[in-house]
Design a protein around this ligand. Structure first.
Ligand SMILES: Nc1nc2c(ncn2[C@@H]2O[C@H](COP(=O)(O)OP(=O)(O)OP(=O)(O)O)[C@@H](O)[C@H]2O)c(=O)[nH]1
Ligand SMILES: [Mg+2]
Length: 176
């Protein structure tokens, strides 16, 4: 069987504080674009991207929901039935890192115990870095994340790797 014949579809959600770069990561990954001006996501948007793996093609259907507190009910609704997730912070914003614990508990409450990866975004802003890689890696392991990646939606560094890693790991876990 070749990979096109075997299509697997996963619903993915992105959790993290407002302005950490959820929409920017998706725009880079799906459309290879980057926008400097911040436009907070009003409600939600849905993206789809195919990932080719040796055994199958994985379709990621990705829900990008605004990170503001007021969207909690919307997040709860759209997180239902999700198979996999990113929990994202901004490496230049300590508060966004402190909150990843809260995002993980929302994830479990809304979607159950699904696989997730922790992402430290905006790695291009090295001069403004507030959260060390070591600290974030330790926290990710303690939280039970599948992996930890630093990314830049601006330069594209790490973005493709992070999405691919999550999609393939989610597929491998579904076989066990
Ligand atoms: N330098 C830099 N800026 C980034 C990066 N990712 C996002 N930004 C900027 O950060 C701001 C917020 O990005 P968004 O992608 O809108 O953030 P969001 O998490 O979707 O925010 P909400 O929709 O409000 O939840 C924008 O001004 C982006 O240009 C990055 O990797 N590097
Ligand atoms: Mg957004």
């Amino acid at each position: 069987m070749n990979s096109e014949e075997h299509l697997v579809r996963y619903k993915m959600i992105l959790f993290g504080n407002a302005a950490v770069g959820k929409t920017s990561l998706l725009e880079r990954f799906v459309n290879d674009k980057f926008e400097e001006n911040y436009m907070c996501t009003l409600g939600y948007n849905v993206y789809e991207k195919l990932i080719t793996h040796t055994e199958c093609t994985i379709s990621l259907v990705i829900y990008d929901i605004g990170g503001q507190e007021g969207y909690r009910d919307l997040r709860k609704r759209y997180a239902q039935g999700a198979h996999t997730a990113f929990i994202i912070y901004d490496i230049t914003n300590q508060d966004s890192f402190t909150n990843i614990i809260k995002w993980k508990s929302d994830l479990i409450e809304f979607a159950g115990k699904i696989p997730f990866i922790v992402i430290g975004n905006k790695m291009d802003l090295k001069d403004k870095k507030q959260v060390s890689k070591d600290k974030a890696l330790t926290a990710s392991v303690e939280m039970g994340a599948l992996a930890f990646f630093e990314t830049s939606a601006k330069t594209g560094e790490g973005v493709e790797d992070a999405f691919r890693h999550l999609a393939i790991k989610t597929y491998e876990l579904s076989k066990t």
